[in-house]
Design a protein around this ligand. Sequence first.
Ligand SMILES: *Cc1c(COP(=O)(O)O)cnc(C)c1O
Length: 375
Amino acid sequence: MTKKSKEIYASLLKDSVLNVPEYVPGKTTSQIAAAYGLDPNTIIKLNSNENPLGPSKKVIEAIQKEAENASLYPTADASNLRRALTEYTGFPIENIVASGPGMDSLIDALNKLFVGSGDEVIVPVPTFTYYGISAAGLGGVPVHVNLNPDYSLNVDAVLKAVTNKTKIIWLCSPNNPTGNVIAAKDVRKLAEKTNAIIFIDEAYVEFSEAGSLSALVNEFENIVIGRTFSKAFGLAGMRLGYVIAPVWIASALLRVLPPFAVSILAEAAAVAALGDQESLNAAIEMVQSERKKLIASINEKTPYKAYSSEGNFIIADVSPKTSQEAVDAFLRKGIIIRSCDSFQNIGKNTVRITIGTPEVNEKVIEAFEFLKNEE
Ligand SMILES: *Cc1c(COP(=O)(O)O)cnc(C)c1O
């Protein structure tokens, strides 16, 4: 028996798979420590918008307690968690679908419901890149539309990009990486004037003073809200997200998602997190006050420009330095920040920085000073 060459089988791969753009994730602390010879225990990680306060004590206890049930399947549709989310979101269980890994799994599932070969999805950029990557994997065509120069949504440009092949318009509010929110009236206009599904990614909504756009789900049959436990709830490692959707979309999602899409530990952690309003409020209050201080300090004390943000992160234009020079300077100070180069339509001079504790944010200002004084 001779082993056949892989080319024979590789031709079975769908063309769409070969066209999938790469997702560039923020690096982990151990990757950075190894690459730069740093002590992983002293590295400050501000590149993936994780919660610096960590999961709450109640969450850790719930995970430990549930560990002994790890041999058992959870309920197939995560009904305990969805029930807990009815209280948190104000929507009945029929409108809620929870799934892992992360909200990313629901972005994928929504594309799976609507996007096939040659179908288009509209993605206003710069934004979270996974919407287009996921659609491309299904043979879809991401159509990128530029945000306005101040990073607000260009509603008319989006409407102009709509064709009879448009299936989903992917919106993000507060937007990653720019931090700005979308006005309800803009979403209403899109929902009324197109027959596309409109997804609003609210991964950062808890940090926003503008509040949620979720009430629009009751007004329209084509609006879906995406949420995650990765940011305000500090559970990025648990990989859990949910959507608030019209019932017809929620039930279709449950049909295409794998059964048992939420692990028993993730469900226990999330239910405990929802029950710990105090920890959630502490995270939100810290981000809101530190965000304001950090933006003001960058704009007043450094030659660089920080933009306003409703998320747990900010972007800064570090011109005349490049984003890569800024990332390197910060690394030498033991701080990992994110270059925005892998986002479209934001240039090569912008970095994204997660809001940290007051002590950490002082170090961020020092790192900017260090960047400025560098040759
Ligand atoms: C972090 C993030 C997500 C991903 O959430 P997960 O639940 O961790 O998959 C989705 N959208 C945006 C805009 C994000 O920044």
